[in-house]
Write a protein that binds this ligand. Structure first.
Ligand SMILES: [Zn+2]
Length: 293
């Protein structure tokens, strides 16, 4: 666990194990969830995203793509691999392969991400997102553009998407953005302009961005804080360094007791005279402890 010594006023009396209020963003900056969207997307873009993953119905005919079948070579190969790797689960033989291939074909036919149009693919090429198809790789040269240049077809990309990792979230975003532009739809929710939430009061958002945490006051006292949460004091304030060290070596210290060397190392770690009296007055202690507990 992270700990640090803070120099606070000797009479500083913030409750132990309670996050210093200056570290917590005030509730007044919480916005109202947008009533018209989930994550700031327009209804059209949200529907596309759901179709991308097959969360809502999709059919390959919607993009003019050829439906996959259990006999589609990439589907069949994937099914054979699955079955060979987990015969206990899938069973063995031709029936098991066909059953798994049927499941995969149905699954992938319901996901737009495997049935892109040429327009979708063009957007990905423009975004330089299809290196597996448009570039070659070698140990000597790394990734370089294919020569002559390759502009993959939708069928090639859709087959590629059945292998390996397929499309990532950036590809999804590029395809949806381009389709929204082509079809004249907003990509972001008009109600909240893509934020997913609405301001409760004027300039709330800019005020929230300007908000910064406030350190506890600085002083001559010595106190150990944990830094796993935003930051809470975990020992009383001592007026001397020795006082804090003695406390850490006693059974009063809930996470101890430490040896004298450990305690002194923690208290002294990184401490430099120039830090005394600065606004932060923080001594980072984790390293001196030789790790965390
Ligand atoms: Zn919204």
């Amino acid at each position: 666990m992270g700990r640090e010594v803070r120099r606070v006023p000797v009479n500083f009396d913030w409750p132990l194990n309670e996050v210093w209020h200056g570290f917590l963003r005030p509730d007044r900056f919480d916005e109202t969830p947008c009533p018209d969207c989930k994550y700031g997307a327009s209804p059209e873009a949200q529907h596309m995203q759901d179709q991308w993953y097959g969360y809502v119905p999709f059919h390959p005919a919607e993009t003019g793509s050829t439906p996959l079948t259990p006999a589609t070579p990439a589907v069949r190969a994937f099914a054979e691999r699955n079955v060979s790797r987990a015969a206990d689960y899938y069973g063995t033989g031709e029936a098991a392969i066909v059953r798994e291939a049927t499941r995969l074909a149905n699954l992938w036919n319901g996901q737009w991400s495997h049935h892109l149009t040429q327009d979708d693919v063009d957007a990905l090429v423009k975004g330089d997102r299809l290196w597996d198809l448009t570039r070659t790789w070698s140990r000597e040269t790394g990734w370089i553009d294919a020569d002559p240049p390759v502009h993959p077809t939708a069928a090639q990309v859709n087959e590629w998407s059945l292998h390996g990792f397929g499309h990532d979230a950036i590809n999804r975003w590029i395809v949806i953005q381009a389709r929204c532009e082509r079809e004249g739809n907003r990509q972001t929710c008009a109600t909240c302009d893509g934020h997913g939430s609405l301001e409760k009061w004027r300039c709330q958002r800019i005020r929230a961005e300007l908000w910064e945490p406030t350190d506890p006051p600085a002083g001559d006292g010595w106190q150990l804080w944990e830094t796993v949460s935003e930051g809470s004091p975990i020992t009383p304030v001592f007026s001397t360094r020795e006082g804090l060290i003695n406390y850490l070596t006693s059974s009063h210290y809930s996470r101890g007791p430490l040896t004298y060397e450990q305690a002194a190392g923690l208290v002294d770690a990184g401490w430099a005279p120039s830090l005394i009296g600065t606004a932060t007055g923080v001594v980072r202690g984790e390293q001196a402890m030789g790790g965390n507990n």
